[in-house]
Design a protein around this ligand. Sequence first.
Ligand code: NAD
Length: 263
Amino acid sequence: TGELMKGKKGLIMGVANSNSIAWGIASQLAAQGAELAFTYLGEGLERRVRPLAESVGAKLLIQADVTDDASMDAAFAELEKEFGTIDFVVHSVAFANKDELKGSFVDNTTRDSFLLAMNISAFSFVDVAKRSAKLMPNGGSMITLTYLGSERVIPNYNTMGVAKAALEAATRYIARDLGPKGIRVNAISAGAMRTLSLAGIAGGRGLHSKSAQFSLIKEETSMEGVAGAALWLCSDLGRSTTGEVVHVDAGFHAVGLPDDMEG
Ligand code: NAD
């Protein structure tokens, strides 16, 4: 615990359960004195998210579906009513149909599923940034979560890799537009972590264990590491960093071929 986020208020989007990256980040920010509001996707999730939100004394817990303008309007209206202004937003939201997260990208990708993944996983950050910027008259920090599958071919990541590439490019364009307003915009490229989302990818377990095995520091990506990067970027310590994609993946992104060429 500490006071790096004392006096700062912000929104956390994307907690589904206690394994969610958004939750790891939220608890770290709260431990440093941040005041938090949470959005969650649907009623089914409230049962899991409410106790978590309450455990960090959250002021607000709102349902919001990023594909639904009416629900986003309502959520941000409530946020403005309760908080007035905010200092940071954490966008930790993504989705693609399971059918597309396996096998041949070129054969399995359909127009509808492709557009759905793009809508939820990339466009939603543009929309969230636009809405959040209106609540940041004193500047602020926005972060989103991405994955290496945007830059390199990762088996079965397919459509989501293309959506993450769009998300990272969007991060840079949003950072340009909002920079003059004192708003910094960054993406954290996390290594494979055991969450609900990972379970949706064919071979997700293998992806997790192999990533740890082949990483530079030979360990899995920790929630502490990812949350620590989020704390740096959301606090004033990150004041000179924007338009950046920060890899927090035990160095896996830097590996060309694993040491053990026999294996
Ligand atoms: P998660 O399943 O816990 O979180 C994903 C969240 O997205 C859930 O809370 C879900 O409710 C939300 N969501 C999906 N569709 C939505 C919609 N229409 N409206 C609002 N919310 C919606 O899994 P996670 O691994 O914590 O994923 C969080 C982010 O981290 C995602 O962007 C994911 O791609 C990214 N990421 C995950 C890993 C990993 O290995 N787990 C690695 C790098 C990046």
